[in-house]
Design a protein around this ligand. Sequence first.
Ligand code: AMP
Ligand code: GLY
Length: 451
Amino acid sequence: MNILVVGGGGREHAIIMKLAESPRVDKLYCTPGNGGISKYAECFDVAATDIEGVVALAEKLKPDMVAVAPDDPLVLGMVDALQAKGFKTFGPKANAAIIEGSKVFSKELMKKYDIPTAAYEVFTDSESAIEYLKKQNSYPAVIKADGLALGKGVILAQNEEEAVQAVHEMIDELKFGKSSARIVIEEYLTGPEVSVLSFTDGETVVPMISSMDHKRALDGDEGLNTGGMGTVAPNPYYTDSVAKECMEKIFKPTIAAMNAEGRTFEGCLYFGLMITPKGPKVIEYNCRFGDPETQVVLPMLDTDLADIFEAIYDHKLSDLKIKWKSGSCACVVMASGGYPLSYPKGLEIKGLDGKGQVEGAFVYHAGTKLSGDGKFLTNGGRVLGVTCTALTLAEALRRSYEAVDKITWDNVHFRRDIGKRALEAHADPLDLYYKDDMEDYIESNGVYLRQ
Ligand code: AMP
Ligand code: GLY
């Protein structure tokens, strides 16, 4: 099989590496890819959002399958366009990708089909939204742009002033363009968060190993929201009983609801969950693999990913037994200083030559490019996802950070406390040892910056 993967971040690097393990895969293509991906797949200069360009590229390359990984092209209908030209695809069609593309759609779906989520109201004018916020007078208030907003469309307003400002910015100033012309204001929920990615062909849903993202930029969950600064898998808060409850109350009902709406979902459906005192609730759906969740989930997969993609396309997922490795995986994102706001690009990354490589570690590239003389340069906000699998989470984290410490560039930024909360939920002696170690770092470094 030859497979074209659309996208160019750490998630796509992880998908490419897993597909490369398949004895059935001959050639891998990626567009636009990145510096790291280009070592394993032939990369092209077509943007992931360029539907016509990707279709034209597919017609040239004639791959046996095209996997579309990012949200925007899925919501824009890239899978529909590829299927119309006869290509086998992985990823939902636009009418199903709306589950991520519109928060209003997903909230209404959950309400209609009784899927547990935060209570909410929808607004299209700022006056009624502000009146509602004043009447509720409950903070933090959760204010969400309806459409895609690069992961920045959710504001947790701590007081009325912040809430009113967020509403004006979204509805009146269209901060996220059309995406924020409509907003959702919802109930504030508490509890640990769990990401569960699942494979589904619309009939069968197979949850992958659970994971935990770390969305804030700084240690201690401080600072701005980002695309994700690190992940661990499995997520210790996702116990067997929580998993069972999620399957019955959330996963199966969501697949059935999408079918009932004539919007069968095929691909990877991502459930962003909060384990509240009243049980698990959906915080968000994504129509794709998470980033950086994929970087810790796919290394644990013990089944051929190309087989899974094909089974989903053929609606034969129930025939496959999907297996997972035991142990844990951790990913620490190394970002450009300044991310998620502004940051420079083109800085030379040192220490990527693999010398003194840490056992079990692998560096996924998120935003890098290769210079003419073969050096890796930074080329984005999130630059690398330094990942390690090991028998325990503590060991996976220890080795990930050991690998992180071999890599540097000007003003590199990463969190020192990835996995801390997950370790607190664990209790094995290694974990406790590591926790002490981390606390020293956290006391001395609110944010860990290296020159
Ligand atoms: P989202 O982009 O929808 O994943 O939201 C970003 C983050 O905002 C989530 O990971 C949560 O930490 C937080 N969040 C979203 N909705 C709520 C809610 N209803 N209550 C509390 N926190 C929330
Ligand atoms: N890491 C969260 C996401 O992919 O949306």
